[in-house]
Design a protein around this ligand. Structure first.
Ligand SMILES: *[C@@H]1O[C@H](CO)[C@@H](O)[C@H](O)[C@H]1NC(C)=O
Ligand SMILES: *[C@@H]1O[C@H](CO)[C@@H](O)[C@H](O)[C@H]1NC(C)=O
Ligand SMILES: *[C@@H]1O[C@H](CO)[C@@H](O)[C@H](O)[C@H]1NC(C)=O
Ligand SMILES: *[C@@H]1O[C@H](CO)[C@@H](O)[C@H](O)[C@H]1NC(C)=O
Ligand SMILES: *[C@@H]1O[C@H](CO)[C@@H](O)[C@H](O)[C@H]1NC(C)=O
Length: 450
């Protein structure tokens, strides 16, 4: 029952409440993804309501183009001429802003369109009161697909886009602050939209707890803002993984100047390093010129669905996905995933970078299991390729028992916190709370809240 799943979001991230609403009530065209940032968050926007717009120091920047270097401009022209980001998947959807990010020298706006690559659009700029800044508009080019880069404008707090200079525009969006000199997070995971009807509550909990163990050796509780949930929704239905293509672009822009490293993985995938720390691995590989490290995949045969609802501790001991499924077809580069430095990548796609900024390189990790993506790949409900394990040789590959027992402990702690509700103790609640409104005694009847 999906209802129980979303309570996890509510605990971990307050935005989850919005997600619950959209997903549960509108089972039409929509998708959601979340990104997880490691290390503390600081910042942010400076607003000053004295009647006039107050322009903080960081926003007194004006740039003349969206590209801050000669090589970047040349690279972009080359990528465009080679059509490296041409999707043209659905040419009749509306254009809505997904995100807007202000970096030190330019602004990027992400769009939900999938047919605009190389087309011209105007960037439009608005002050703190959403009044358009006169004469500020600038004609840019959508590239890569679903992204437009725009120059900075002094005092711009909101942005939008339009086909013509004086056209109407979608509701302006407030810029998300990314004008950091140096990334404030070490690592971000962009999680693809969740697919299908299989209950996800145990996947989500395990995914988050697993990666917390991979990043921090000690127990660290996330604070507010470490997980963001982004709702992607509009009235046009999107086929299959169309939202995922948009998620990649948006989360790439979201991570630039915010997180040193970023990866784009799915809820059924876990990055696992043999020494138990992704950051140690990244630091050991990093020579300053790396834009991307591709990592191999271990596909595990997942032959059953996850349980519908949480019952008790014993159930977790049996159903923990990375414990239950330990039979793999061995290391492969098929559908490998990448760890990237977001500012060094020009065009990102689901599995690897399509274009790197000038002077940077891509490499493959050794296929030695030092680092691998453990993919708990279902043999059921696949659009094409259920029973994918048929005829393949299967090996056992179990996670170390200390890792599994710590993971189990953490997952149990988290799901208990979320699902084991303490019923209202009516003798402690003032009767006036219900009697004044002639509501029933809550110990006899409670409202369903979620
Ligand atoms: C608000 O803006 C005014 C200038 O318009 C400035 O003097 C003042 O310090 C600002 N207040 C805050 C709290 O930033
Ligand atoms: C949209 O795509 C369809 C199918 O390829 C095509 O027939 C149609 O002309 C396109 N419309 C526009 C406005 O480009
Ligand atoms: C994390 O949260 C748990 C449960 O609320 C608490 O017992 C623990 O002390 C916290 N740990 C840290 C390091 O704050
Ligand atoms: C990788 O994919 C190719 C093409 O889909 C397939 O022929 C091959 O068997 C796959 N290899 C592994 C190890 O899964
Ligand atoms: C899956 O793809 C193969 C070709 O790649 C096709 O022959 C087969 O019919 C497809 N199966 C389904 C269930 O769509």
């Amino acid at each position: 029952m999906p209802l129980s799943l979303y309570r996890i979001f509510f605990i971990l991230v307050i935005l989850g409440f919005g997600l619950t609403y959209y997903w549960y009530r509108v089972p039409g065209s929509h998708a959601n993804y979340f990104s997880v940032n490691f290390l503390p968050i600081s910042n942010n926007f400076y607003t000053n309501n004295t009647g006039r717009c107050y322009i903080p120091e960081w926003n007194r920047v004006e740039t003349s183009s969206a590209s801050n270097s000669f090589w970047k401009s040349i690279s972009r022209l080359l990528w465009m001429s080679l059509d490296l980001s041409y999707e043209n998947n659905q040419n009749y959807t509306s254009i809505i802003l997904i995100g807007a990010y202000v970096y030190p020298e330019y602004i990027s706006i992400t769009l939900n369109s999938q047919y605009m690559s190389k087309q011209l659009l105007y960037c439009r700029y608005f002050d703190c009161k959403r009044k358009e800044i006169q004469g500020s508009e600038w004609q840019g080019v959508v590239f890569p697909e679903s992204v437009i880069h725009c120059p900075r404008r002094i005092g711009a707090e909101f942005v939008s886009v339009s086909k013509f200079k004086t056209d109407g525009f979608p509701t302006p969006m407030r810029l998300t602050f990314r004008a950091f000199e140096k990334p404030i997070h070490d690592f971000t995971i962009c999680v693809a939209p969740l697919y299908g009807n299989e209950p996800k509550w145990i996947q989500i909990t395990e995914f988050i707890e697993h990666h917390k163990m991979e990043i921090h050796n000690q127990i660290v509780n996330f604070s507010n803002g470490d997980i963001e949930v982004k709702v992607l929704q509009e009235k046009y239905e999107r086929p299959f993984y169309a939202w995922q293509l948009i998620e990649i672009q948006d989360c790439h822009m979201r991570a630039k100047y915010h997180s040193k490293w970023t990866t784009f993985i799915d809820i059924d995938e876990r990055i696992y390093t043999q020494n138990g720390n992704i950051l140690d691995f990244l630091n050991s590989e990093d020579n300053g010129r790396i834009a991307e490290i591709q990592i191999p995949v271990l596909n595990f045969v997942k032959y059953e669905d996850a349980p519908e609802i949480y019952n008790d501790e014993n159930q977790i001991q049996k159903e923990l996905i990375s414990m239950k499924y330990d039979r793999t077809t061995g290391l492969t580069w098929n559908a490998s995933k990448a760890l990237i430095r977001p500012e060094k990548i020009g065009i990102m796609s689901i599995h690897y970078a399509i274009a790197l900024e000038h002077g940077y390189v891509s490499l493959r990790a050794d296929a030695s299991e030092k680092i691998a993506l453990r993919h708990y790949r279902s043999t059921q409900h696949r659009e094409n390729g259920s029973n994918w394990d048929e005829g393949l040789v299967i090996f056992e590959n179990t996670l170390p028992s200390e890792f599994l027992s710590e993971l189990t402990r953490r997952v149990i702690e988290k799901v208990k916190y979320v699902y084991e509700k303490v019923p209202a103790i009516c003798s402690y609640i003032p009767r006036v709370m219900w009697e004044s409104r002639e509501f029933p005694d809550p110990c006899e009847k409670m409202l369903l809240t979620w």
